[in-house]
Design a protein around this ligand. Structure first.
Ligand code: GLC
Length: 444
């Protein structure tokens, strides 16, 4: 068994720590301008002007079943959809707002279609819910808000009652937690309990009179109680400014297991990444990640005991564009024959050190060790700690045997290792046609 003890948390993370790989989906009105999901704030777009995206919202090619099939084919086991992003637009038929997909020309409850389709493919269901809301009349203006530079911004705030907004969130979360069956993850976004977050490039700079938002403003404790009263097992992330089940490093892959900042305990964590930089569909973005990096993100996460969700931003027509499809295909191809080193795996026991250019994972029951060859070795791979512990070794993608020797190993008269207790695997000269080959070691 894996000897790692992670912090115990209120929700059920058992399936999650086994499944390891999911899909994030960012979809909303911002998919129409197609130049970042923060566009309303970045360009400080007034409500009347932003409204054109509401009146033109008609993703006629949206087929949640096709989304789910692509996620499953890529080896993803769960998904998280934006039910509402910072712009405030809801993809579900909430009773508490008119600002929802059912009131657009499209007229459909996208959350409902998503839940049905993904559940039918056997994937676990996650909801993203934005704590920020740049549409709600009682959401006070702060330094991230599109109206931050209005000369009368402070005056506007005086007419707002933030408690009404908190009430609105409670009502909507009740809808989301009761209308769609079992929900496995609730992914909040995000708290800013101090003024450290600024972004001068987008003119996002706190002013003296602006107030931060954290657990007291959101009433996070009550939100959590409410959610758990309907969905006791649900996994809740840490962005409510109260620790729950999940830590969520964003667009950055930790190089070691994420630790609780105060207690130092190992925590369940999930890195989230984009294919190209922004979360919403961004037509002109050129920074699409290369196939090799896509695989590294997944392998690096699991090798440090974490999960990965990769984001897709469907187009305004509601489907994945070719660049996203090609990126998903990279996972499909690799996971098709290598997923055993990902599902049910975690960081290898500390007694094993990864050889140069390699990443290790180990099955939770401790019986298999996986060596991911990010840099393909020349001829031999040596791992002294494996001496005497290996029953059998093979390439994972094709199950072909890899011969190994133990002890003082020499090749054509050249001594490769002087160590009496060395373990050496012989590696074929030519890299098999797999982007990142994996060696599967059966431990004794
Ligand atoms: C950020 C951004 C947001 C995105 C999220 C995903 O907090 O505000 O646009 O949805 O990260 O992790």
């Amino acid at each position: 068994m894996s000897s790692y003890i992670t912090k115990t948390t209120p929700g059920n993370t058992q399936w999650f720590l086994n499944d390891r790989f999911g899909m994030f989906i960012h979809f909303g009105l911002y998919s129409l301008p197609a130049r970042h999901e923060w566009i309303k704030s970045y360009e400080q777009i007034p409500e009347e002007q932003y409204n054109k995206y509401f009146t033109h919202f008609n993703p006629d090619l949206l087929d949640a079943k096709a989304w789910a099939k692509q996620a499953k084919a890529a080896g993803m086991k769960y998904a998280i959809l934006t039910t509402k992003h910072h712009e405030g637009f809801c993809l579900f038929d909430s009773k508490y707002t008119d600002y929802k997909s059912t009131n657009t020309p499209f007229g459909r409850d996208i959350v409902g279609e998503y839940v049905d389709a993904f559940r039918a493919e056997g994937l676990k269901i996650g909801f993203y819910y934005s704590l920020l809301d740049w549409h709600h009349p009682h959401f006070t203006i702060d330094w991230l808000h599109p109206r931050r530079n209005d000369p009368d911004a402070l005056e506007q705030n005086k007419a707002k009652n933030f408690k009404n907004y908190v009430e609105y969130m409670k009502n909507q979360l009740t809808e989301l937690m009761t209308n769609y069956g079992k929900i496995d993850i609730l992914w909040f976004d995000f708290s800013y309990p101090d003024k450290s977050q600024s972004d001068p490039e987008h003119d996002i700079i706190p002013k003296d009179w602006m107030e931060p938002k954290g657990k007291d403003q959101w009433d996070s404790e009550e939100l959590i109680k409410l959610i758990r009263s309907f969905q006791p097992e649900i996994i809740i992330n840490n962005r409510l400014d109260i620790d729950q089940d999940l830590w969520t490093p964003e667009q950055n892959t930790p190089t070691e297991w994420v630790k609780h900042p105060q207690t130092g305990e190992l925590v369940p964590w999930e890195a989230c990444h984009t294919f190209s930089g922004s979360w919403g569909y961004f037509r002109d973005e050129m920074s699409w990640k290369k196939p090799r990096m896509l695989l590294e993100l997944l392998i690096n996460s699991v090798s440090c005991g974490g999960n990965l969700i990769m984001n897709v931003g469907p187009t305004a027509r509601g489907c994945f564009d070719n660049r996203a499809k090609n990126s998903l295909k990279v996972y499909e191809e690799w996971m098709g024959c290598n997923s055993r080193s990902i599902y049910g795996c975690t960081m290898a026991e500390p007694e094993f050190t990864a050889p140069r250019g390699c990443r290790l994972t180990q099955s939770n029951n401790g019986k298999r060790l996986y060596i991911h060859l990010l840099d393909y070795p020349n001829g031999f791979l040596q791992i002294p700690e494996l001496y005497g512990k290996v029953d059998y070794a093979q390439f994972l993608h094709d199950g072909s045997e890899l011969r190994f020797s133990e002890g003082n190993f020499s090749h054509m008269g050249d001594v490769i290792s002087n160590q009496q207790s060395c373990f050496t695997i012989q590696i074929p000269a030519i890299q098999p046609d797999v982007l990142v080959p994996v060696i599967e070691i059966f431990l004794k």
